[in-house]
Design a protein around this ligand. Structure first.
Ligand code: M6R
Length: 612
């Protein structure tokens, strides 16, 4: 939540900052701002998107070879001009952009008010910048760097900050705790960014700042220390992503591009993890702890949102194919409910961003209890990757669309591989059965492609239902979490109220919603639950409900029975979740597109939820 960018070098900073903010806008987009240093420090900020900031700052002096920028997802204070970042301290000594939440801001603010400080915004961020000024003015020889460190040391909570000082105009100080921040290094410049996407094509190497580290950056120097002023060790690494992945190409939205990337991503995952003769699975990222897994008495999987849905599919698959008990919890509940955790537990966190605050806190709690903690993550060097004992990368490439698509199918693919591997290693699956399952997985990318080929048919159906006020998604077994995920996609990007339900639960309540208006999406492929799903369909039809079926290609019995169909290829139930979600992603996308919604940046949302 919130994106930070900074630049100091030989070029004009303005356009670099604006382009960077556009790439970070997926992290929050209710206001934007920049500060530029050129003799003095000028601040431009306004409510709205980066495009609005460009309009606001046009015809103004935007020169300067150092600057910081911010795109905001509001936590403290409305999304308006005064709460937009950068924030300046009362006398203008410091200018700051901040991502995160300062938990003790009320207490700090009360002290500052007593010391005569006045505030212009409702944000917690303004408290930090005023605290910096307080320390700076207290001691005659206090440097700007010392003031920044002292102020940040007094805060509780999370921050990533970039700070400029009126008296040190060619310096930017960056620091982090809990929220991500990277320093990009080019031959003639330094960059600061919330993630690598804005800087990847402009740098030679980068440093992921560690917790409580402070970077003092000038045009020609970089020093990294701890908040306590001790030298801090850091690792310079090469960026692991290519610029190519960051182009939208001919796609109208990132979300659509990411939906279409799924066959390739799954194919790459399978290529890397299935051994050459297709008789086994290698999950090298788990090697250091893997011996504990087949013997585990239980696995607890935690996550939020879409990652939680993937976790639920993991539960069904691991219990079915490996017969290890699995519990799935919302990280946000787990962290506050005093769960019984034992050192023998395996706790697996699933997270696209690796920065979700609730998931990090839940994982930390599990770590403290002595459990083995694992991760399935998409972002290298993210907080969760650094916290876990071992883990698997989804290698899905940066996901820009706020509504998660490719990360979900990548997570489910890894969980499917894990379930089969554990089943093999525990002697539950014979070599013959596991090879058949591996073959089923290998066919998934081609099968997804065949669904994507029909995207225009899905678009026609979506346009028919765009005026719906509510929608219900039903599924059984592993397709119940798919129903939840289908409903989440629709509500996130089209703002249509949608609910996912286990189909067997329909008659225990949701059936009351059935009328001749609400579309009911029933996921009913030809699997072991087929006849039960057909019963659901009859029950809905008896009440004049409109049904969209996700059905197996060639199932004329169902296609003739129901109003609209999304066909998926015939497949083993192991892989049906990976197929059934595709038409639901496209359906949501085309409904939102028909409604003219802001698909990649839906209202009120942000890509990574780094605050509670
Ligand atoms: O980065 P994470 O996977 O930890 O994020 C978890 C959720 O915030 C995320 O899945 C959210 O629900 C998405 N907007 C779903 O599309």
């Amino acid at each position: 939540m919130c994106g930070i960018i900074g630049y100091i070098g030989n070029n004009n900073a303005y356009s670099i900052l604006i382009q960077g903010l556009k790439k970070l806008e997926y992290r929050g987009y209710d206001s934007a701002g920049i500060a530029l240093s050129n003799g003095n420090i000028k601040v431009f900020k306004c409510q709205g998107k980066v495009a609005d900031l460009e309009v606001y700052s046009s015809n103004q002096d935007i020169s300067g070879k150092a600057g910081i920028g911010h795109t905001r997802w509001a936590t403290h204070g409305e999304p308006d001009d005064k709460n937009a970042h950068p924030h300046s301290s009362m006398e203008g000594d410091f200018i700051l952009v901040h991502n995160g939440i300062i938990e003790n801001f009320a207490e700090l603010k009360a002290d500052l008010l007593k010391n005569g400080f006045l505030f212009k915004s409702d944000t917690d961020s303004e408290v930090i910048v005023n605290l910096m000024e307080y320390y700076y003015r207290q001691g005659k020889s206090t440097s700007s760097e010392t003031a920044v460190r002292l102020a940040l040391s007094k805060t509780k909570g999370n921050f990533a900050v970039a700070v400029m000082c009126k008296n040190d105009k060619d310096q930017i100080i960056a620091a982090r705790r809990g929220s991500p921040l990277v320093i990009g290094i080019a031959s003639d410049a330094y960059f600061i960014s919330s993630d690598v996407s804005p800087v990847v094509n402009q740098i030679n190497s980068l440093i992921y700042l560690n917790e409580n580290d402070v970077a003092i950056i000038t045009k020609g120097s970089l020093t990294i220390k701890t908040l306590e002023n001790a030298p801090a060790p850091f690792k310079i690494s090469q960026s692991e992503i290519t610029g190519l992945e960051l182009e939208k190409g001919n796609f109208e939205h990132w979300m659509l591009k990411e939906i279409f990337e799924q066959p390739k991503i799954i194919s790459d995952i399978l290529h890397d993890r299935i051994v050459h003769d297709q008789t086994g699975i290698r999950l090298d990222g788990l090697n250091s702890v893997y011996s504990k897994l087949p013997e585990a008495s239980r696995i607890i999987i935690i996550g939020c949102g879409t990652s939680w849905h993937a976790a639920l599919i993991g539960e069904y698959l691991i219990e079915e194919y490996a017969r290890i008990p699995v519990e799935v919890e919302y990280a946000s509940e787990f962290r506050y409910r005093n769960p019984i955790l034992k050192p023998t537990d395996i706790v697996l966190a699933i997270s696209q961003s690796g920065e979700t605050a609730d998931t990090i806190a839940a994982l930390q709690m599990a770590k403290n209890s002595g459990a083995t903690i694992l991760g399935i993550c998409n972002v290298f060097a993210s907080s969760i990757v650094r916290l876990t004992d071992a883990g698997l990368f989804t290698h899905a490439g940066i996901e820009i669309g706020v509504a998660s698509t490719k990360a979900f199918t990548a997570q489910v693919t890894l969980l499917t591989l894990l379930a089969i591997k554990l089943g093999m290693d525990r002697g539950i699956l014979s070599a013959e059965v596991s090879q058949k399952l591996i073959q089923e997985l290998i066919q998934v990318p081609a099968k997804i492609n065949s669904i994507l080929d029909n995207h225009l048919d899905i678009r026609i159906i979506a346009e028919k239902y765009k005026s719906s006020v509510n929608a219900l998604f039903l599924g059984r077994g592993t397709l119940f979490p798919v129903a939840l995920e289908g409903a989440l996609k629709l509500k996130e990007i089209s703002y249509i109220h949608a609910e996912g339900y286990a189909a067997g639960e329909m008659k225990h309540g949701p059936i009351a919603l059935v009328d001749n208006k609400i579309p009911i999406i029933v996921i009913a492929p030809k699997d072991m639950n087929y006849l039960k799903s057909v019963n659901n369909i009859h029950e809905i039809q008896a009440r004049k409900g409109k049904i969209i079926g996700v059905i197996t290609k060639g199932d004329t019995d169902l296609s003739s029975l129901i109003t609209d169909n999304f066909e998926i290829p015939e497949a083993d139930p192991l892989v049906t979740p990976l197929l059934a979600i595709i038409p639901l992603q496209l359906f949501s996308y085309y409904v939102a597109s028909a409604l003219g919604c802001d698909i990649d940046q839906p209202r009120n949302l942000a890509k990574s939820v780094t605050v509670e």
